[in-house]
Design a protein around this ligand. Structure first.
Ligand code: NAI
Length: 403
């Protein structure tokens, strides 16, 4: 009567969760990775090696192997209680499709991170009935900052969050043989240990809207590069600590537009809890209480944040060898636009809230990315199918958005 946990993915986060969940006596940790030869490599490495999770903050470590690593959805999925998606958002679809036959009433599907539009994707793939029978959890991030040390052998956990926020749809949890159903959050916590504390509050749409990277990264990219003259720079500019005042102001304006969307939905559908959608400043003060020396404004918050020194804009050497030019094929655009800001903009369109600043960012970004998401003020571009914008799923009303 163990809790059967499927960990989807084969990267840093999947390594950390495989070791941590695998160390719990009452958990059977199964890793499912569908990517390339990851399952084979990981399985072969574990045959002759320990699997070690190092917690670099306090120097402790734990040695524990997952029960299995496979690329066969049946082996991983049969009889499972919790499915963790621990891959970037573009990878969610293939795991949901592969594990759909093993989802049933009470199965928990937890995405870490969920990323905007997670709930739309689940509903489309599972169908409304099965999606409602399952318990969906969408978290803001991963519980740890982590890096694989050697593939299939171990991982360094560089930091463990104190708490991790998210939201949930559905009630109760799976019935694990011999136990009555517990709250889904209790099961989730059981496979992670004491830290981080999981906080699930509000509607899934709130986690979609507050997803910080979707507007933070994209606004900073826009602010730095929308009027770039095309000349190489001698040095890579600082990403967060190098923020200028105009971009800080734009960030506040974008954050206000996102709050306007949330407040309008709450007005149109009383009882909908989107209270997690707060300002970018409040998000920082809540999430990083001890990392911000100057809390005056979002400008000072990002310029003084203790975790950000040295983090630079994604750049590549210029062809003429005279410096660096910005890289627009990096996840700050390739993930945070299709699985981020276009989702927010698509929701705004349905709700009827104007988003002039978000529009500027999307129009600039789709230009440098060679994509077309937005045309004539509508999320109807030819590449909309590559996004998780609600228009991609044919959602038209606020009720459609709320599911
Ligand atoms: P990762 O980059 O280590 O893992 C990616 C995994 O996704 C790969 O191992 C593979 O299984 C799969 N994958 C990669 N390319 C694929 C493709 N083309 N097709 C199918 N599958 C593919 O990612 P990591 O570090 O485990 O992070 C997972 C998510 O958590 C990401 O969204 C990341 O931004 C986020 N995150 C990561 C943190 C960290 O410290 N590693 C911290 C906070 C958030």
């Amino acid at each position: 009567n163990k809790l059967a946990v499927v960990i989807c993915g084969g990267g840093n986060g999947a390594h950390a969760l495989a070791g941590i969940a695998g160390s719990k006596d009452d958990v059977e940790a199964r890793v499912l990775t569908l990517f390339a030869d990851e399952a084979e490599r990981w399985t072969n490495t574990m045959k002759t090696n320990d699997f070690v999770v190092n917690f670099t903050e306090n120097g402790s470590s734990l040695k524990a192997k997952p029960a299995l690593v496979t690329k066969d959805p049946k082996v991983a999925g049969e009889g499972c209680h919790i499915i963790y998606l621990v891959v970037p958002a573009f990878g969610h679809r293939q795991y949901l499709e592969a594990l759909k036959p093993y989802c049933r009433k009470g199965t928990i599907i937890a995405a870490m991170p969920g990323a905007p539009g997670f709930e739309f994707e689940v509903r489309e793939i599972l169908g409304k009935q099965l999606a409602n029978d399952c318990i969906l959890m969408s978290f803001e991030s991963l519980p740890w900052a982590c890096r694989i040390t050697e593939y299939g052998k171990g991982v360094d956990v560089l930091g463990v969050k104190g708490f991790m926020k998210g939201s949930m749809h559905g009630e109760g949890g799976p019935t694990v043989l011999g136990n009555s159903p517990l709250e889904a959050v209790t099961y989730g916590q059981g496979s992670l240990g004491n830290r981080p504390t999981l906080i699930c509050k509000g509607h899934l749409l709130g986690t979609t809207l507050i997803a910080i990277n979707s507007y933070l990264h994209t606004t900073i990219m826009y602010g730095r590069w929308h009027d770039w003259d095309g000349k190489p720079l001698a040095e890579k500019p600082l990403f967060y600590n190098g923020l200028d005042e105009a971009t800080a102001k734009m960030l506040e304006d974008v954050s206000q537009e996102i709050q306007n969307i949330a407040r309008e939905i709450e007005k149109q559908k009383p009882g909908t809890d989107l209270s997690q959608v707060v300002s970018v400043r409040d998000w920082y003060l809540d999430t990083w209480p001890n990392h911000i020396p100057d809390k005056t404004s979002i400008y000072t918050i990002l310029r003084t944040h203790k975790s950000y020194p040295g983090l630079v804009h994604p750049m590549e050497p210029s062809k003429d060898g005279n410096g660096f030019v910005p890289l627009f094929t990096q996840r700050y655009l390739t993930e945070d636009i299709p699985f981020g800001l276009t989702v927010t903009r698509g929701i705004a369109e349905i709700v009827g809230v104007p988003t002039p600043n978000i529009d500027k960012i999307i129009l600039w970004a789709q230009g440098v990315m060679g994509k077309e998401y937005m045309v004539d003020g509508k999320m109807a571009g030819k590449d909309i199918g590559e996004t998780r914008s609600p228009q991609r799923y044919g959602l038209k009303t606020v009720d459609d958005l709320l599911g």
